[in-house]
Ligand binder design. Structure first.
Ligand SMILES: *Cc1c(COP(=O)(O)O)cnc(C)c1O
Length: 379
């Protein structure tokens, strides 16, 4: 067995190398490195995949969030409700735009924003709810949309980790990121659909918001050298689009492999009393960008070390909640978010990727079982 990796980009590339290399060579040969035809083609294919009207490609997932928030005409000091248990980008763009991140605690089982706590956080300044669909499955969109409708708020979905997840919404299956007003994703190499560098996209069914995001992503201009508003420069480059266009048809296969690995982990680990396996939301499929367990009784770090000694990598996403970070503490002095804080002490993400073999997942699972056997027998 080869070395177990958290993410195996090399094996995935080798599997599709013929197609990817041909697409890249073609794009290089065409010399339209910015705004080449592949960018529009990929955007259109992704729109079909998601059944959404508009896809606006951009430079990365962080920019996608920024474009979305800039398109909403918010005022300095307006509040954006989001999760504290996420990658920093989510809160970073809120703060950068002079808005205020308002952190609402998460659920212990799914790690997503706890919708039962959102209403209490809504004030006169609240303009947006920005749920993060963490580790591969969506937050409870029906409850979030109901709250947003009731209070006249926008919903921007951060689906950087959950592209391809299916959301059960008002009797229909929808793609994650197409339920709220705007969805934002990332094509960072380790995400569900990764390119060979940075990339991202926004999606929406609202033509006005689509036009606004497109304009902002291109320096605020609709017509070249004429600027209506202050924008940014955020483009998906042609080479990345060419690669993504090749990989998109395999997204379903990528997700299926991840789900199979998760199933193997579940079967091996769900009976261990010191561990909680990731809970499935009732209204979303899980694409398992991460398989993240909770390790109880302060044993997380010892387990991580044990796995490492046995050649098995693991990661802590995330070691410190955003409301506790120096960069954000001024927005929420003294706030306690006990679930997020507990998760930071207990979570451990196990290796999972699109090329992972059954035997590899079994080895990881059995090593975890062995760790708890060993600690149990200690005098
Ligand atoms: C990766 C990620 C982002 C940012 O994407 P980049 O392409 O790295 O800018 C934003 N939000 C979440 C939840 C992410 O995981």
């Amino acid at each position: 067995m080869s070395k177990i990796e958290m993410v195996d980009l090399r094996s995935q590339y080798h599997k599709y190398k013929g197609e990817i290399d041909a697409a890249v060579m073609q794009a290089m040969d065409d010399c339209q490195y910015i705004g080449g035809p592949e960018v529009g083609q990929f955007a259109s294919n992704l729109a079909d995949y998601l059944s959404v009207e508009h896809v606006i490609p951009c430079a990365n997932g962080t920019d996608a969030l920024q474009l979305a928030l800039m398109a909403l005409d918010l005022n300095p000091g307006d509040e954006v409700i989001t999760s504290p248990f996420t990658f920093v980008a989510t809160a970073e763009v809120i703060a950068l735009l002079g808005l205020k991140p308002v952190f609402v605690d998460v659920e212990i089982g799914t790690y997503n924003i706890d919708v039962s706590k959102i209403a209490d956080a809504i004030t006169e300044k609240t303009k947006v709810i920005l749920p993060v669909h963490l580790f591969g499955q969506a937050a409870s969109m029906e409850a979030i949309m109901n709250l947003a409708d009731e209070h006249g708020l926008y919903v921007v979905e951060d689906i950087a980790q959950s592209l391809g997840a299916e959301v059960y919404f008002k009797g229909d299956n929808r793609q994650a990121g197409t339920v709220g007003h705007i969805g934002c994703t990332s094509f960072f190499p380790s995400k569900n659909l990764g390119c060979f560098g940075d990339g991202g996209a926004c999606f929406t069914n609202n033509a006005g918001l689509a036009a606004k995001m497109k304009m902002i992503s291109s320096h605020g201009s609709r017509k070249r050298y004429f600027y209506d508003i202050t924008g940014i420069n955020s483009r998906l480059d042609t080479l990345q689009a060419a690669i993504l266009k090749v990989k998109l048809p395999y997204l379903k296969d990528f997700i299926r492999t991840r789900q199979n690995v998760a199933g193997i982990y579940d079967a091996l680990l769900m009976h261990l009393k010191d561990i909680s396996v990731p809970e499935r939301a009732v209204d979303s499929s899980h694409t398992f960008n991460q398989y993240t367990i909770r390790v109880k009784n302060g044993q997380r770090d010892a387990l991580k070390t044990y796995l490492q000694e046995n050649g098995i990598p693991s990661r802590i996403y995330y070691p410190l909640s955003l409301h506790q970070q120096k960069a954000f503490e001024a927005f929420c002095p003294g706030i306690l978010l006990p679930v997020a804080e507990q998760l930071c002490k207990e979570v451990l993400s196990l290796p999972i990727h699109t090329e992972m073999k059954k035997e590899e997942a079994e080895l990881v699972g059995k090593s975890i079982i062995a760790f708890f056997e060993k600690t149990k027998h200690k005098p």
